[in-house]
Ligand binder design. Structure first.
Ligand code: G6P
Length: 323
């Protein structure tokens, strides 16, 4: 018996959760993935929130108990009847029946806020772009897709800041990987180049051995665009991998090989010759449709999900053998 593998993607509003979720689902094969957005567990609709004076970021504004219950049901492969919040109307629609696929990606604002919820994930990611970049993304999304004016969005950001600080940002401490895309310079203009990525790798899960890039003898020409170091995050020691948007294909390919080396599925999908379409989305080999830092981030997270699958299957076998 296998159970679904659960990935959490948590971060503040417009931190890039949906983009990353879609990319990973693409790598794993959309037919294998169930995507859940925890915005659906809002307790109050938009009108009620305005009346009460509470933001969607506050735990009291969400049915976290039901969310947690659903997560543990999904983890054991059971179906759920999921509420539906419409970002278009700001109100709720009839719930939908969801049966989990092999992989479940749970994205949202408060995914790690309770112990029970945290225990449900196999891999936990937290998205932390610099605040000015997030504000820029939020203005862009909410004005283009959610019918708000720029002024309304900026106003909303100010109103939500205390809740972001108190309830959203502390959740980074529970993640296995903190992902921060950031512009190469402070001017926030990413139009002329791709964003860099800073990946904080906590020792809570075993990461691929990136020290190979330092000791392989190629270190000297990699260090300009790819950096590996030690740091502290929220008081705890972490590894940090940084990849610049202007890294060359040759440089990035080395990281790709490290991630894919003992993962046949990933090796196969990154092989552009045998798999041209997926290769573009998943890997960095050849001309990519997206930035190398984003492709690598997706690849690393997918690696961890596949690893969780292997571990789980191994665990099951051992239990059966013991019996
Ligand atoms: C944030 C979240 C949304 C959430 C929303 C509620 O912006 O990122 O996904 O559902 O707050 O606010 P709304 O604009 O729908 O009233």
């Amino acid at each position: 018996m296998t159970r679904p593998i659960i990935l959490g993607i948590v971060g503040d509003s417009a931190a890039g959760k949906t983009t990353l979720t879609r990319g990973i689902a693409q790598v794993l094969g959309p037919e294998n993935v169930t995507i859940i957005c925890t915005d659906d567990y809002h307790r109050y609709d938009r009108k009620q929130r305005a009346e009460i004076g509470i933001t969607a970021l506050h735990p009291d504004c969400n049915y976290l108990d039901i969310m947690q219950q659903h997560l543990s049901q999904l983890r054991t492969g059971q179906p759920i009847l999921k509420p539906v919040y419409s970002h278009k109307t700001g109100s709720f629609e009839p719930p939908i029946y969801i049966k989990p696929n092999k992989f479940v990606i749970v994205e949202g604002l408060l995914g790690y806020s309770t112990r029970g919820a945290r225990d449900s994930y196999d891999v936990k990611v937290y998205l932390a772009p610099p605040e000015p970049l997030r504000a820029k993304w939020k203005v862009k999304r909410d004005t283009q897709k959610r019918g708000y004016s720029e002024e309304q969005v900026l106003d909303e950001l100010t109103k939500r800041e205390p809740d972001s600080e108190q309830f959203i940002r502390p959740q980074r401490q529970w993640s296995d990987i903190v992902v921060s895309f950031y512009p190469p310079s402070d001017d926030m203009d990413e139009s002329n180049g791709h964003l860099n990525v800073r990946l904080i790798l906590r020792p809570t899960i075993p990461h691929p051995d990136f020290t190979q890039i330092i000791y392989s003898g190629d270190g000297a020409n990699l260090t300009s665009a790819i950096r590996l170091g030690l740091d502290r995050d929220m008081g705890k020691p972490v590894d940090v991998l940084e990849v610049d948007g202007h890294a060359t294909l040759e440089q990035v390919n080395k990281l790709e090989h490290i991630i894919c080396s003992d993962m046949p599925y990933l090796r196969n999908i990154c092989d552009r010759e045998s798999n041209p379409e997926l290769g573009k989305v998943a890997g960095t080999t050849g001309e990519t449709l997206q930035s190398y830092p984003l492709a690598l981030t997706q690849l690393l997270i997918t690696y961890h999900m596949l690893r969780a699958t292997q571990n789980h299957q191994l665990g099951e076998t051992q239990v059966v053998e013991q019996l």
